[in-house]
Design a protein around this ligand. Structure first.
Ligand code: NAD
Ligand code: TYD
Length: 352
């Protein structure tokens, strides 16, 4: 049998596919539209792997998806495909509505049509796992308990609103049609292959190039940080042991202010790649205009995943961040290929 991974050339999707094929003989079909965020270089180590099949295409394309489901006798769909960057959603929300909402809807319908026609045994084993975010719960105050699966959705950005809508569709396809789904709502991920529009890889890139490390507002906003490989393990475990129709919060138990994140990053860089003038990278920190509607705090209570599935993150923020910095230092060519072209236009638009 085979699994279908959408958004497989993006940050988390590619980490998931690499992780899956390093420990399973089950084939993977990777479906990705290859937007600005999709990068086939992330999967290049699989070029000669006969268990991996890459297809360029849109989750919105029902004919294509249905054909893939039938051709490869897919037993699980893992939906990572999305427009994923909050700042881009503020500039251009349309793409977020199209992929995150309409795309998820069409993917659900393709899956339902395929699943309806399966033999009883295959039908029983089929799963649809939707990857979502803690941002659907909205902003917490400092004294609030971290978000649990029972909390109300209160999304504030076009990105989080589009993800919240997709989560509701997934839930409705379970309640109405009994499609066997799960949803995983994860905290902020970091690690190898992350596109340098997000805080951590952006700051690594800018630090090494002697550019400002832009902190929005006062830098006191809090995120919960999860090393991407811990997230991949959680997804595998949910697929294996999750209860159909349930949602699972996946968090790192690592709440940090943005300023703490960037300062820790600078300290690691100072140690691993000291500047020739002896100064600290922290001197490049620059406070810039805040993000409109900037959520103050996200935090995840991942105890349901611990008690029901026995999953816990393996990395602390310190160990995960060190691995991440080392990966970027060792993969300069990957970074150099990304930062040409469209990336420059984005940086100009967002930071000039
Ligand atoms: P990403 O932007 O790095 O990758 C998204 C991938 O989806 C890209 O390869 C892109 O080409 C592909 N894609 C976009 N539109 C598509 C479409 N219509 N059809 C097929 N492919 C399409 O995102 P990511 O950080 O890897 O996030 C993956 C998933 O995890 C998303 O659903 C995101 O909402 C969720 N998530 C991300 C984080 C995080 O910190 N990065 C945290 C929680 C949840
Ligand atoms: P980001 O990596 O974009 O993830 P998200 O918005 O999904 O949490 O941003 C993480 C935090 O860092 C968020 O509070 C916004 C902040 N941030 C900056 O301060 N400067 C930046 O240049 C970026 C990209 C983000």
């Amino acid at each position: 049998m085979t699994i279908l991974v959408t958004g497989a050339a993006g940050f988390i999707g590619s980490n998931f596919v690499l992780d899956w094929l390093s420990q399973s003989k089950e084939d993977v079909v990777s479906l990705d539209l290859l937007t600005y965020a999709g990068n086939l270089e992330n999967l290049s180590s699989l070029n000669n792997n006969t268990h991996h099949h890459f297809v360029q295409g849109n989750i919105d394309d029902r004919d294509l998806v249905l054909n893939l489901l039938k051709k490869y006798r897919i037993r699980a769909v893992l939906n990572f495909a999305a427009e994923s960057h909050v700042d881009r959603s503020i500039h251009q929300s349309k793409d977020f509505i199209e992929t995150n909402i309409v795309g998820t809807y069409n993917l659900l319908e393709s899956a339902r049509s395929y699943w309806n026609d399966l033999d009883q045994n295959l039908k029983q084993d089929f799963r649809f796992l939707h990857i979502s975010t803690d941002e659907v719960y909205g902003s917490l105050n400092s004294s609030d308990h971290p978000s649990t699966e029972k909390d109300t959705y209160k999304p504030n950005s076009p990105y989080s609103a589009s993800k919240a809508a997709s989560d509701h569709l997934v839930r409705a396809w379970f309640q109405t049609y009994k499609l066997p789904v799960f949803t995983a709502n994860s905290a902020n991920n970091y690690g190898p292959y992350q596109f340098p529009e997000k805080l951590i890889p952006l700051c690594i890139l800018n630090a090494l190039n002697g550019k400002p490390l832009p902190i929005y507002g006062d830098g006191q906003q809090i995120r919960d940080w999860l090393y991407v490989k811990d997230h991949c393990t959680a997804i595998r475990e949910i697929l294996k042991h999750g209860q159909i129709g349930e949602t699972y919060n996946v968090g790192g138990w690592n709440e940090k202010t943005n300023l703490e994140v960037v300062e820790t990053l600078c300290a690691i860089l100072d140690e691993l790649k000291p500047k020739s003038d002896g100064k600290s990278y922290a001197e490049q920190i620059t406070f810039v205009k805040d993000r409109p509607g900037h959520d103050k705090r996200y935090a995840i209570d991942a105890s349901k995943l611990r008690s029901e599935i026995n999953w816990q993150p393996q990395e602390s923020f310190e160990t995960g961040l060190r691995k991440t910095v080392l990966w970027y230092l060792e993969n300069e060519t990957w970074m150099n290929h990304i930062v040409s072209g469209e990336y420059q236009d984005w940086v100009q638009k967002q930071y000039s």
